[in-house]
Design a protein around this ligand. Structure first.
Ligand code: ASP
Length: 334
């Protein structure tokens, strides 16, 4: 098996400076750090490395997602799978964004990283990297995160702990697989296929995410609409409930043709906006329900939809289309 590693930096290859702060070392040393994490890795698969960037993933932006997706597309026929080494902070945004850009992918694209630098004896980098490479040699396709014991769909992952080695969780959906003594995949995983990769890059950056709390003045949200945004993710309470005082914000967004996706501030669960009057009134003003998509998926899908559709209804249609197990509507649509 031939695998291509797309190098993006992250803690995996970082070093501590004199003050003990973790920083990205110079490019060549960073790549060397990656390659020395486990010298026996080449026994599992033949590996090549290509450089995307050497950053703390806090500094990632949609141009990196475009570059990663384009690189995979250009190298698609030469490799059996792709590993993206990436910082953990924004890994779930990248995995979700790539899931939409790499339509009909017939090979595995696996993101991994570590909580502890690879140079430390207690590092989780070695284990995660080895498992990512192992998973990539199987009959599996699609974008996913391999981290600690979990294999998670790219659109269902969320970083839930800044310190646990099991840092990622699968939101509102089963794991894609588990790393035990052996590797176990769920029954519904996508398998490799020879179909044509359909590259759909492009993400609109001019969006905002707003979380209101009891007492947030309406004008704060109205000002966001005046700032030139093309879309808004509004984080409602519980099942997507929006206080009556913010209905003016939704009316204004409607007038300006700005799609508003409402998701939930809860960690788990879905929006069900017709359940309470506070949700129904917002729904009747034309907002788009996020249903069971986590914040990383709502955001990246909206960014992607805004580049591939024109107008609120076309954006709604994309948001409510299930591309890669990211949304489960099951007749709850309207
Ligand atoms: N700040 C780091 C990053 O996201 C954290 C990590 O890699 O674990 O690049």
């Amino acid at each position: 098996m031939k695998l291509l590693i797309l190098f993006c930096g992250g803690t995996l290859v970082m070093e501590q400076d004199r003050d003990g702060v973790l920083v990205a070392p110079p490019h060549e040393r960073a790549v060397r750090n990656l390659l020395t994490i486990e010298p026996k890795l080449s026994q599992v698969a033949e590996l090549a490395v290509t450089y995307i960037d050497n950053i703390d993933s806090t500094n990632i932006n949609p141009s990196h997602w475009d570059k990663i997706a384009r690189t995979i597309s250009e190298e698609y026929n030469k490799y059996d799978g792709f590993i993206i080494t990436h910082g953990t902070d924004t890994m779930a945004y990248t995995s979700s964004a790539l899931s939409f850009a790499l339509q009909n992918i017939g090979k595995p694209v696996i993101l991994t990283g570590s909580q502890i630098p690879g140079s430390k004896i207690e590092t989780d980098a070695r284990r995660n990297l080895i498992n990512a490479v192992r998973v990539a040699t199987h009959d599996i396709a699609g974008v996913m995160i391999v981290f600690y014991e979990r294999i998670i769909w790219g659109t269902r992952a969320s970083k839930v702990s800044e310190s646990k080695l099991n840092a990622f969780q699968s939101l509102n959906w089963d794991l894609l697989g588990e790393i035990r003594i052996d590797i176990r995949f769920s029954d519904n995983h996508f398998r490799r296929h020879d179909g044509k990769l359909n590259l759909q890059t492009g993400y609109e950056q001019n969006i905002a995410v707003a979380t209101f709390v009891p007492g947030t003045p309406t004008r704060v949200l109205l000002q966001l609409l005046e700032s030139g945004i093309k879309g808004l993710v509004l984080r409602g309470y519980g099942s997507g409930n929006v206080g009556y005082e913010y209905l003016d914000v939704l009316r204004e967004a409607g007038k300006q043709n700005i799609p508003v996706v409402v998701n939930t501030q809860c960690m788990e669960g879905a929006t069900l906006m017709h359940l309470y009057d506070v949700g129904k009134k917002a729904l009747d003003l034309g907002v788009i329900q996020g249903f069971d998509m986590g914040i990383e998926t709502c955001v990246t899908k909206l960014m992607w939809a805004l580049k591939h559709a024109d107008g609120v209804d076309a954006v709604r249609e994309i948001m409510h289309t299930n591309y890669c197990n990211e949304i489960n509507i099951e007749g709850k649509l309207y």
